[in-house]
Design a binder for this molecule. Structure first.
Ligand SMILES: [Zn+2]
Length: 302
């Protein structure tokens, strides 16, 4: 996690991995316990639970699964806590952004929803938190978690139409007290930087003016980039990063998170570039990147 503190300095923080109890602020105890106990070796004893919790196919069991979830969630929670205590202006956790995970179900490579846990932490200090999702997939897990409240507004820009997870229709906008506090922008294949910007900027300006959030969480899934193995948008690195730059310009406490991204070279390049933007540095080429990199000391949650 990297955090600029006053005076443009950057700092890497080693976040404490999230505990089972912390994960249970959103997830059920039974589901968290299952994630804690299951291993590739004992998986055969849990066949009933595997289908109940949707673990096995898209969400495989691997060595260190629980530790991975703890690190991802701990990074987002620590970032949120530091933002709330005014210890930084921007916190970054590229190991987070796992937006599909549900209260008692894994989904789309996501097991523990670090984003929901981070937002819950922000809600201890802020009356209203805005969540923005630029992953190519709908941010369904986060939307569902806050669908009935006006204390979190969610805005997801995603491919829609015969595409995972299948939700995020434009008319889905919250229920009860949450009515009007979920925004969905369904998009088609091949959207370009210019078209994306022409939707993203006015929509976000309107939302931020209207909602006046105390803090913003931006999920920067990089599967919306051109050439992604799963996504089919046509965004360049700069077009993607323009979203980060634009949201940063509102000068609100900002938690930047990772997410999807299946063409690894583009993911690493884009998140490195966006880390630079967060720190107020524009990275232009390999040489400059190398010159700046040691000062950025970006890292994962641990
Ligand atoms: Zn995705």
């Amino acid at each position: 996690m990297m955090e600029p503190i006053p005076g443009e300095s950057k700092k890497r923080v080693r976040a404490k991995p999230a505990t089972k109890r912390e994960m249970s602020q959103f997830h059920t105890d039974e589901y968290v316990d299952f994630l804690h106990r299951i291993t590739p070796e004992n998986a055969h004893q849990f066949s009933k639970e595997q289908s109940k919790y949707n673990v096995g196919d898209d969400c495989p069991i691997f060595d260190g699964l629980f530790e991975y979830c703890s690190i991802s969630a701990g990074g987002s929670m620590e970032g949120a806590a530091r933002l709330s205590r005014d210890k930084c202006d921007i916190a970054v956790n590229w190991a987070g952004g796992l937006h599909h995970a549900k209260k008692a179900e894994a989904s789309g490579f996501c097991y523990v929803n670090d984003i929901v846990l981070g937002i819950l932490e922000l809600l201890r200090y802020h009356q209203r938190v805005l969540y923005i999702d630029i992953d190519v997939h709908h941010g369904d897990g986060v939307e569902e978690a806050f669908y009935t409240t006006d204390r979190v507004m969610t805005a997801s820009f995603h491919k829609y139409g015969e595409f995972f997870p299948g939700t995020g229709e434009v008319r889905d906008n919250g229920i009860g007290k949450g009515k009007g506090y979920a925004v969905n922008v369904p998009l088609r294949d091949g959207i370009t930087d210019e078209n994306y910007r022409s939707i993203f900027q006015p929509v976000m300006t309107r939302i931020i003016d209207f909602y006046q959030p105390g803090a913003i969480v931006l999920q920067c899934g990089a599967d919306s980039l051109s050439g992604d193995r799963l996504g089919s948008f046509n965004l360049s690195m700069r077009g993607h990063a323009a979203c980060v730059q634009f949201i940063k310009s509102f000068n609100l406490p900002l938690l930047l998170l990772g997410g999807g991204g299946y063409t690894v070279k583009s993911v690493s390049r884009t998140w490195a570039y966006e880390t630079g933007l967060a720190a107020g540095v524009e990275l232009r080429g390999g040489k400059l990147l190398l010159a700046v990199w040691p000062k950025l000391t970006i890292g994962h949650a641990q």
